[in-house]
Design a binder for this molecule. Structure first.
Ligand code: GLU
Length: 281
């Protein structure tokens, strides 16, 4: 019998905090409830922010929490060629174009925001001619490669995804994807052959992931994920969006805000049992 496959997929660009602990425990409890497998994947495609010491800390912190996962652990930095080949397939269908804009230019030009609050791309480089593109690359300029989202949607038609939960026994519900609210997303970042959106859908498919479990704040990115799955012929998993762990001001925990790490809680003498109980596991 085919067993469900679930994964926890942290990015090693900081130490894990209570929000990650909740997500990892949630995923492993669901895997157990479904009689499934629990995988860990290291999402280290951001070559400037990912650090080997953070990857080592992920293994240490999760083992301390009492979790175990299958070996070998997939590291996305080993798979750049796979992501590049997928992007090439989209490029061959004229679904990607190079964008030379800098962050400052983008912030100045944009008239709206995507669901993450980042400036919506106004399409500045979308209509550059082949000669202009050639000229810019010849000058040594680097580009982000963006998806022609509306052309892609015209190919796929209306898209939906299935949301499971709130418990493993509940029947899934169907939701509509709205990729248009993201505009022309970047699928290959300057200096890297991929982006979060591209590598996550490729690896969930490659690892046979049947249930993607992640925080509620990440539901909007499903819009882009189902679009990419359809374009690349990948399997769309069931999605479950769990609650977020908030700080004392009611804000989401984050590495960039320096939210208290599991390591510092451990060093302050907190036990894994206490943390699990506090998080409801
Ligand atoms: N690597 C992503 C992060 O740490 C999450 C991956 C996912 O659940 O899709 O934010």
């Amino acid at each position: 019998m085919l067993r469900p496959v679930l994964r926890f997929a942290p990015s090693p660009n900081g130490l894990l905090h209570l929000g990650h602990a909740y997500s990892a425990l949630f995923t492993s409890v669901w895997a157990e409830a479904l009689g499934g497998r629990f995988l860990l994947r290291i999402e280290d495609t951001d070559i400037t922010r990912s650090k080997p010491e953070f990857t080592a800390a992920i293994f240490e912190d999760l083992a301390w929490l009492g979790l175990s996962w299958e070996q070998p652990v997939l590291r996305q930095s080993d798979r750049f060629a796979v992501y590049a080949a997928a992007a090439d397939r989209l490029r061959a269908r004229d679904l990607l174009y190079p964008c030379f804009c800098s962050r400052t230019e983008l912030a100045a030009q944009s008239s709206g925001a995507d669901p993450d609050g980042a400036p919506l791309y106004p399409g500045t480089c979308r209509h550059l001619s082949a000669a202009e593109v050639k000229q810019r690359f010849a000058e040594g300029r680097t580009a982000n490669w963006r998806l022609r989202t509306d052309d892609a949607m015209a190919l796929t038609g209306m898209l939906t995804y299935s949301v499971a939960g709130p418990t493993p026994a509940d029947r899934p519900q169907i939701r509509y994807a709205r990729p248009e609210r993201w505009g022309d997303v970047v699928l290959q970042r300057k200096g890297t052959p991929t982006s979060y959106h591209l590598s996550v859908v490729i690896d969930d498919d490659a690892q046979g992931v049947t249930h993607v479990t992640r925080g509620r704040d990440m539901e909007p990115s499903t819009d882009i994920h189902v679009l990419l799955q359809m374009l690349l012929g990948l399997t769309s998993p069931l999605y479950t969006f769990h609650k977020l762990i908030l700080d004392t001001e009611g804000k989401k925990l984050s590495k960039s805000k320096g939210s208290t790490s599991l390591r510092s809680l451990r060093e302050a003498g907190r036990t894994a049992e206490e943390i699990r109980r506090e998080l409801g596991f």
